[in-house]
Design a protein around this ligand. Sequence first.
Ligand code: A2P
Length: 272
Amino acid sequence: MIPDLKLNNGHKIPQIGLGTWQMMFGRTCRKAVKTALDQGYRHFDTAQVYFNEQHVGRAIRDSGIPRSEIFLTTKIWRGRISDKGVLPSFKKSLKKLQTDYVDLLLLHFPVSPDKRRAGWQKLEELHNAGQARSIGVSNYTITHLEELLEHCTVKPAVNQVELHVFLQQPELLSFCRKHDIAIEAYSPLAHGHGLDNATLQAIAQKYQRTTAQIMLRWLVEQGLIILPKSSHPERIQQNFQVFDFKLDKDDMKQIKRLERNLRTCWDPTNVE
Ligand code: A2P
């Protein structure tokens, strides 16, 4: 049974979702989503810039699983985060996703201050109209969140950021906890880096798990939402099986020492 977490607006979110970044090819993407649905995943994370919203939407539709049982996220791409850009691009996303609402809509990146502010107001409009049940941001640092909290009417429910054993971001975690903003960890497997790390391998052996499962479990232990991406059926399944064991205090201590500020994607820390 996959735990649901509660967002700050009362909506529930399954603690694991399938990440779909770099699943551009229709057949690969649809097959991955179908496999995940068969395994029990009910949460899918896409974005305009992943160029696969249509494939994700079609695979969900083809599954016959009621829309109400699925948690679906998309993100507004950087160039469309503006007063004029959000609404038309979101309309296209809904069409591709074959739905009339998303469960979570995010601003994908902290673009310039005036544009991200205008973009957020548009997200609030979509939220108020019921087309985005929850709204949030991605790649926001504490500074960006502080600015947003000052002017928002609807508080962000989520901040989706790169987070894994090699990029632990403790200050951002405590800020988000304090403000009741859920953290979604993208690239929770550090994009495949460090799966041969000796510390992780030793812990994996202790529990008869894989290093990937240890990396994911470390995030789950902290109450974070995880979005591992895989297009291989056995890995999609493996990544889902991280809710039936626990790491002990000593494991957590050892993993804490693995921090090395490794960013495999973007670095938003220098964005004004
Ligand atoms: P693949 O899609 O070929 O399975 P992240 O989610 O951190 O960005 O990591 C995604 C990368 O990790 C992809 O290259 C994916 O490859 C690989 N991956 C996903 N799950 C596993 C796993 N359980 N074991 C090893 N590699 C994995």
